[in-house]
Each structure stands twice: as C-alpha cells, then as structure tokens.
Design a protein around this ligand. Sequence first.
Ligand code: C2E
Ligand code: CA
Ligand code: CA
Ligand code: CA
Length: 279
Amino acid sequence: MKKSGRNGFRFFKGEMNAEALRWLALETRLRRAIERGELALHYQPQISRIDGSVVGMEALLRWRSEEIGVVSPGDFIPLAEDTGLIHPIGEWVIRQACFQNKAWQNAGLPPVKVAVNVSATQFKAGSVSGMVAKALLDSGLAPRYLEVELTESVMLGDSAAAEAQMAELRAMGISLSLDDFGTGYSSLGYLSRFPLDKLKIDQTFVRNITTEQRSAAIAQATIALAQGLSLSVVAEGVETTGQRDFLGLIGCDVMQGYLYSRPVPAHEMAQLLAKGRVA
Ligand code: C2E
Ligand code: CA
Ligand code: CA
Ligand code: CA
C-alpha cells in the first residue's frame, strides 16, 4: 500500500494484502469508537520556566479499543484524516476540551487555556470555526481559554478557506498556535499573512538542542523570529534539565515535555491545576 498524496491510499495490483486489511479493520473499529466511549483526552501541562507554574495545557487524544487495546494517535489520526472520520472525532475533541475546561473552572480551579489540535483536513472542510463557536456556546467556556493548534500544512496550497476560518477564530477571541514549527514545507511568508499568536518549537529540534549546533541554531532563530513578530513561543518535547536550561538561555520561557509531566488523564490534570505546578 502506498500513501498517495493527501487523499488516501491507492492499492496497486495484488496489494490488497494483510496491511490493507488491517487498516480496514481499524477503520471499522474507529468508526464506533466515539459511540462506545473509547476516546479520551489526556492533558499535558505547559510550564513557565521562570516560576514553575502551570500556564496552559494541551489536550491529546487517546483511543483504547475494546478489542485491540491502546492505539496511538500517530497511527489512527492519519487514518481518521483519510476516511473523513476526523470530522466527528475532531468535533468530539473540541467539545470535550471546552466542557472539561469549563467544569474545572466551575470547580474553582485556576483558569488556564486548553489547546486542541485541529488537522488541516478539518480546516480544508471549512467546519472549524462553526464547530468551535457552538462548543463555546454550549459549554459556556470563555474564548480566551481556548487555543487552536494547527500545522504548517493548513496554510499550504489553496488556503483561502483556512485563512477565513483562522480570522473568524481570532475574531472570537481564540488564540492560534503553530505546531511543529520548522518541520513543514512552507515559506516564512505565511507568518505575516496568517493571524498567529504562538509558535511551538518542534521536539525534533529540542531533542538535539544540546548536542547539535544545527538544532540549537534553528531553535534560536525561531525564538528571535517570534520575538520580532510579537508571537509567544513554547518548546515541546523538553525531557532534560540541559534542554530546559539551554532553552532558557536563548529566551524561551514556556516549556512542555516529559521533564515536567507526561500527558495525564483529566483527574490528574485537575490535581496539577489545584497545585498550580508540577512538582
Ligand atoms: P503533537 O501535537 O506534536 O503532540 C506532541 C506529542 O509529543 C504527543 O504525542 C505527546 O504525548 C508527545 N510528547 C510530549 N512531551 C514529550 C516529550 O518530552 N518527549 C517525547 N518524546 N514526546 C513528548 P501523542 O499524544 O502520541 O500525539 C501524537 C500526535 O498526534 C500529535 O502530535 C498530534 O499531531 C496528533 N494528535 C493528538 N491528539 C490529536 C487530536 O485531538 N486531533 C488531531 N488532529 N491530532 C491529534
Ligand atoms: Ca500539538
Ligand atoms: Ca507538536
Ligand atoms: Ca507532531
């Protein structure tokens, strides 16, 4: 089976093999995952390097299938995008994150933004801003407590629909964060064209930041670029104190990664919010 561009898989003669059948079976199961209650959001805190406080969190989707166990989003998100299942799943994610964040605020926990991942497929379909508006209305969450994470692929190609929705989200008061910065194919031109609030330094650069001059240079340039454009910066995939210290030295003040906390289930995130810090 060969990945054929954006819209799915092409089967070559005689290639309807075990792998393809495995995907079909996975799709059938994923189709039922929402109604069966097999999806959950975990939350990973974003931490201020300055005082160690929790300043935000990212919602990350988890799927525990009754029949096949835990499937990682790296495996099922591409499948969901290719089959269109990303639309109901993506809507569930947005609504769940809004309702959960509002419930925490109602319980008296200190309010922070929740960031949700929205894929290019959702933006291309034009459904994001309407979905978000309805989720905010239904949950009662204030827009400033929601952030949308998108990748550079959203801004590639025929991006008019994406641009319009980004403007609508921004007008509602929702912040936009560019995920996996530096790993896509786009030019820097879109940084001025699209209404962004934040850049996330990709974990591939963070991983090698203390050992590889190139990664360090890219991280440093990203931070300078963000400062010049008045965008905030988050480093993701921070695993060591060495990485944290280096990032601090080059001016990155918000960190996300296993050094602080893995993504945790909602009840554990509530405890982190109550403490206001991870340690
Ligand atoms: P991402 O948005 O770049 O999310 C960061 C990934 O890095 C997460 O993997 C997270 O668990 C992992 N991570 C966090 N800290 C560290 C660290 O210190 N070291 C290492 N090695 N990894 C760390 P996860 O949860 O498996 O998600 C993988 C990808 O799946 C996400 O990458 C995102 O692209 C996608 N994804 C997850 N949830 C959703 C969702 O609700 N909607 C959409 N469209 N995509 C999602
Ligand atoms: Ca993300
Ligand atoms: Ca990322
Ligand atoms: Ca990623």
